[in-house]
Design a protein around this ligand. Structure first.
Ligand SMILES: *Cc1c(COP(=O)(O)O)cnc(C)c1O
Length: 332
């Protein structure tokens, strides 16, 4: 099966497994796992922040990051299809006690004029106060679109002027970085808190990080333990993340080229494919999914008329060409 459903389906390479097997470990709840500490320090520095915290999932990294800047009873603003709003099963309300309001944007981005209207300052004990704006880069359900650094800086400026924090859901920030050559530290400078994933395009089996100030990360460490995600000799997983940062970032350009190749085959506009996600409309998306599967190609759906493909580390150009042939026939 050529699996294009997600970039989470990758399996650790032999070299990554060897790095995991060699990892020095300790009890991370005591802060004594040297490999976890090295990963946290490295990722914090990559984004120009003081500290970072290793988490089992990107969802938990988002929970900790958002809760670091939004108190119970306050709100976070985000795009209507944001992962925090759509795909984290209501955790920000159910567990963190905060509310959300959303804006809609065709490519998952931000119109700062719209955002300025939405931001509710502290008006006293009458209205929910906006504590943070959340942006997603790249935007998953909008099709891997990139939020440009210029737009992100406008969000940062607006947030500074209105006294709210910025949360960046950077599950695929690596893809945005490779697609635009924007240094990670510039993205980091626009956010108070970030969540980044090692288990998507970077190919680690598990692992994400919440990134922020030393104080925010200290509070997040307590919250993580409270939620039952204090992990012990987890350096074997952090080692996979370190390996991925060394070896799997620059190669994302290959995934992006593969995505454009697939877009062309499916009659989608390759210029609209910014990173490793391709979405295209088809009157019978479920039919395309079922037929492709019969021909050995697994693809996903994000709506009755929208097919979604992702490229990743476990696909070579031959496999992508074969998948492109199948999809070309099915969608023509
Ligand atoms: C995958 C993803 C996450 C985190 O997902 P987990 O499955 O919990 O690791 C967060 N945000 C975005 C945009 C994602 O695509």
């Amino acid at each position: 099966m050529i699996d294009l459903r997600s970039d989470t389906v990758t399996r650790p390479t032999e070299a990554m497994r060897a790095a995991m097997a060699r990892a020095e470990v300790g009890d991370d709840v005591y802060g004594e796992d040297p490999t976890v500490n090295a990963l946290e320090e490295r990722v914090a520095a990559m984004f120009g922040h003081e500290a970072a915290l290793f988490t089992p999932t990107g969802s938990l990294a988002n929970v900790l990051a958002v809760a670091a800047v939004v108190q119970p009873g306050q709100e976070v603003l985000c795009e209507a299809r944001a992962h925090i709003a759509r795909a984290e099963l209501g955790v920000h309300g159910a567990v963190s006690g905060l509310t959300m309001r959303t804006w809609s944007h065709p490519s998952g981005g931000v119109d700062t004029a719209v955002l300025a209207e939405l931001i509710a300052p502290d008006l006293g004990p009458f209205f929910v106060r906006t504590a943070a704006v959340s942006v997603e880069n790249t935007h998953n359900f909008a099709g891997g679109t990139v939020l440009g650094i210029e737009e992100l800086r406008k969000v940062r400026d607006l947030a500074d002027r209105t006294g709210v924090a910025v949360h960046l859901d950077g599950a695929r920030i690596w893809n945005a970085h490779v697609a635009t050559a924007t240094p990670l530290i510039e993205y980091g400078a626009c956010a108070d808190v970030l969540a980044v994933c090692l288990s998507k395009g970077l190919g680690a089996p598990v692992g994400s990080l919440m990134v922020g100030s030393a104080d925010a990360v200290a509070a997040a460490r307590i919250r993580r333990k409270r939620l039952g995600a204090g992990m012990r000799q987890v350096g074997i997983l952090a080692a996979a993340g370190l390996y991925a940062l060394d070896h799997h970032v620059d190669r994302l350009a290959e995934d992006h080229a593969h995505a454009r190749l697939l877009a062309r085959a499916c009659g989608a506009d390759p210029d609209a494919v910014a990173t490793n996600i391709v979405t295209f409309d088809h009157p019978d998306a479920a039919g395309v999914v079922a037929q492709a599967r019969e021909e050995g190609v697994a693809v996903g759906m994000v709506g009755a008329r929208t097919v979604r493909l992702l490229t990743h580390l476990d696909l070579d150009t031959d496999q992508v060409r074969r998948a492109a042939d199948v999809l070309h026939r099915l969608t023509r």
